[in-house]
Design a protein around this ligand. Sequence first.
Ligand SMILES: [Zn+2]
Length: 314
Amino acid sequence: MSNFTNSPLISLTNLSPFNNSPRNQPIRKITIHHFAGNATIEAVSNFLRQPGRNASYNYGIGSDGRVVLIVNERDRCWGSSSGDNDHQAVVIGVANNTGGPTWGISDAAFETLLNLVRCICTRNNIRQITYDGTRSGTLTRHNFFAATLCPGPTLQARFPEIAETMNRLLGANTTTPRPSVYTFSIGEVVQFTGGGVFTSSTAAAPAHSRGPSRCRVTSIATGRRNPLHLVSEDGGRVHGWVMAADVRPIPPALPPAPVRTPEEIMIDNAIAAGLITDRAHWLGVVTGNVKPVAANVRRMMQNALDAIDAAASR
Ligand SMILES: [Zn+2]
């Protein structure tokens, strides 16, 4: 295996114990997350050291553009809900400078991200970044491996731009069309996930960059670089040819979430806050269905749960 190094771009080292040392694969992928918050690199790296977090990145980038090393590149971080991916990837978390649902990122963070990805590619001999919208590419997203919004719509919309910028800097040949795991038909309404909109199916440089938009497929040029012609249905100003990697089918609507009782909501809040883990047990305690429990113990548990509820609803 190659000799692993860390990026000289770091301004802080604050290592997390949540890793496997050493990784069991050479570095051939980059995975990018968002923090889902505007934590400083000090705060996020301290958070990822706490007992029980069981999560980490190799690097974190703050909204001020500074970088923290959290897990050495030679080691596998616990980042993307996939050991297979994490053993191959350098995993980067990026701070958000706005909240949901857009989860924006700062210009300084994005510039540092490009510099850091380039640095990782250069040191680990990655000559081309492929982003084909599947986990088999070299640029991967957390939501390829888990039911999460991560990396958030703003950052995700810029993944094609990250790949194209890197390939230009690395001198990679990227004229081959990128495959998609999906097939689409003319007239279908699809989700454009954001990225370049081109004036032709073969153009290499986009005419515009557009955000996510619900679009209709109006023409298809199979095998071309930008094989789908889309027109926005939601006022999103997409009108042109796009790459298949930036298009998703629109999934059927999910059934509404079951209605929860106030007791269940309280328990779920306490679980989300990391205060308790056993939903069935605590629900039994609250509803009085867990027996036998001495009355004074029940009262003690109820007091604890009231405190939890107060903390979770603050
Ligand atoms: Zn993530």
